[in-house]
Design a protein around this ligand. Sequence first.
Ligand code: ADP
Ligand code: HGS
Ligand code: MG
Length: 499
Amino acid sequence: KIFIPKSPLKCAEVHKMQTQVENSAKPIADPHDIDAKLVQKLANDALVWCSLRGLLVGDRNSERSGTVPGVDMVHAPVALIPMSFPESHWKQACEVAPIFNELVDRVSQDGEFLQQSLSRTRKVDPFTSRLLEIHSKMLEINKIEEIRLGLHRSDYMLDEQTKLLLQIELNTISSSFPGLSCLVSELHRSLLQQYREDIASDPNRIPANNAVNQFAEALAKAWNEYGDPRAVIMFVVQAEERNMYDQHWLSASLRERHQVTTIRKTLAEIDALGELQQDGTLVVDGQAVAVIYFRAGYAPSDYNSESEWKARLLMEQSHAVKCPSISYHLAGSKKIQQELAKPNVLERFLENKDDIAKLQKCFAGLWSLDESDIVKDAIDRPELYVMKPQREGGGNNIYGEDVRDALLKLQKEGTGSDAAYILMQRIFPKISHSILMQEGISHKEQTISELGIYGTYLRNKTEVLINQQAGYLMRTKVSSSNEGGVAAGFAVLDSIYLV
Ligand SMILES: Nc1ncnc2c1ncn2[C@@H]1O[C@H](COP(=O)(O)OP(=O)(O)O)[C@@H](O)[C@H]1O
Ligand SMILES: N[C@H](CCC(=O)N[C@@H](CS)C(=O)NCCC(=O)O)C(=O)O
Ligand SMILES: [Mg+2]
């Protein structure tokens, strides 16, 4: 196809335009076709880039890397080449982000729906029961959260067979990687730019990713709405946190772009150092707290004693903006995810029929264990299901044959413990080629990926101040891994290349 220039463009520009047109249409080269020498160069440059630009985590083999910043860091596990992803599904995922944000807020305000939906779980799941206890205490004192801040991540897998983009879960607490995910997009753009002679591509097909600054902006705006210039933003963190640099990127953005001070405290420290003043102000270690940002408190392992639960209650009772509030936390549970997928339930919370249809289009099969025909099918074909307790943070789900065993065991026990679980359709994404880099070594692997879309939501009374899609996280793992998880060491941080 000869491009006959009409205007006296220099042929170099014509050539550039032509290659750009061709490149933008073409998917990126198959990473497994990249020769070993070039892989080695890519890997080396990626490792240097991560080290210079803070794409780092604490080394799991070191005992100090989770407590002392700057000690025993290692590059974050990353893919060397971005994962191709259909532009149409990218747009769909971005489009539903503000609708899911609004849904979380509406559901959070329906205390009866939360209590009712989780009432049977409460009887058999002590952790969820403690969360519900705090929630019902807030209902009793008619606690109103006028300023509501949501920093969510809605995770999806693209089902290969149906080509449907299906939601895995909606995280409303401690959504990891808003900091590191932006750096991965930059790493990939930089590598594709540097190696454009060897790998035909258009770096602009990697969507811009500004999650860290959008999260920081929402946190800063919530701080501003609280209205006390001397108050701080408190990060609730685990005593050992190897993902601390992801969190420090947020603190740095808050300090440098918004001049807001952040402090880091564990739940135990908050119990020891926190006080509630008459007017509801939370004071920790002598500092007034405007916003509480949870990067811990989502798992039973975060509550080693009554001390941590006292801290959670103290914070909930305070005037500080909680991210998440107990209601937002519960609204993001897997049981609620399953309840919202039932017919005519979204209609209770959203008016716009198109919005409702857009959300329902990305719902996978979700069931309680009351559905006997589903339970029977899951016993027959367990590999088509995932069984989930009400837990966050990875490592809790049940897959394959274990689903059958767990269901049969629950049937035999007959103690109602089945209310602690949901059943979900297992999604099978396309198996792709990727090059994963972990602990300085790159591996060509068969992989599947999961796209997380960040959402920011801020409301003060009746006014919605922020409601937007706020960047993305792509995680890629070996296709043989059921659970995945970056922190768990199975998945790597990736980005996407729109095709
Ligand atoms: N329906 C599903 N189909 C396939 N894989 C799933 C499904 N649900 C979860 N997974 C896998 O398990 C991981 C953890 O599940 P998730 O529901 O996100 O729990 P958590 O809250 O612990 O992150 C997901 O990142 C994904 O890799
Ligand atoms: N260490 C804590 C980890 C917090 C955490 O586990 N968050 C959940 C949602 S609740 C999550 O986003 N999981 C995906 C991360 C993965 O794949 O490893 C932090 O980073 O603050
Ligand atoms: Mg998850």
